[in-house]
Ligand binder design. Structure first.
Ligand code: 3DU
Length: 212
């Protein structure tokens, strides 16, 4: 496996740095702060020919189907999109999933957020939505290792991607060891003095933990 890391790009990095990192990344997740900074056109230019498995748009879509589809349409250079699951199926996620399938794009649903205040009151509801929509993957906070194990057990081979590593307090490699497929890492890489060196160090830490 090339890498277990998805770079959370919430701030621009230069094309040279991204080119240097592409072989050590599984994917790149782009956030609203980045797209608001650069605009759609420049974001597309920056990412267009990078050799990573997935470019994931993380706007945490949570709207009616029609609006979510129009957002996706404007970001057609990306391969994957993250939406909230709490919005429910009919008229929202069913339409988005159908549209993404028709355009060979992937859907990830937020299952468990990484911050302290995320409520588990809706867990059963969220799991039912995930079952009904059957996305490529789900987002489960890396700060909640028990949740990763629980969702891995409940959702078999569904891809689990986990934010919260490093800057939010979770230790690199712990999410993967608990059952996640990839760890989403932002500030610890893009704010580092040498982002490429930071990525290499993180990759090594994860690899070593997985091996032991
Ligand atoms: O904390 P970092 O800088 O490593 O960035 C984490 C990224 O993951 C960031 O883009 C944020 O929008 C996203 N994310 C969470 O932090 C927490 C979640 O529950 C879901 C996504």
């Amino acid at each position: 496996m090339k890498s277990r890391v998805i770079l959370a790009m919430d701030k621009p990095l230069s094309y040279q740095i991204l080119k240097e990192m592409e072989n050590e990344l599984y994917g790149i997740k782009i956030g609203l702060p980045l797209v608001l900074d650069l605009g759609v056109h420049k974001t597309r230019e920056l990412l267009n020919d990078l050799n990573v498995e997935e470019i994931i748009v993380d706007f945490k879509l949570a709207d009616i189907g029609f609006i979510m589809k129009s957002i996706v349409e404007k970001l057609s250079f990306a391969s994957s999109f993250i939406a909230h699951s709490f919005i429910g199926v009919k008229g929202a996620l069913d339409e988005l999933k159908k549209y993404l399938d028709a355009n060979s794009k992937n859907l990830y649903l937020v299952a468990v957020m990484s911050h302290e205040g995320w409520s588990t009151l809706f867990t059963d509801y969220i799991k039912n939505v995930i079952r009904e929509i059957s996305p490529k993957g789900i987002v489960v906070g890396g700060t909640k290792l028990d949740s990763i194990t629980e969702y891995r057990k409940d959702f078999g081979k569904m891809t689990i991607i986990s934010p919260g590593m490093g800057s939010q307090g979770a230790s690199y490699g712990d999410a993967v060891c608990a059952g996640a497929d990839y760890e989403i890492i932002g500030r610890s890489i893009y704010n580092a003095e040498n982002p490429f060196a930071a990525l290499r160090t993180i990759n090594k830490i994860i690899e070593d933990k997985v091996m032991n």
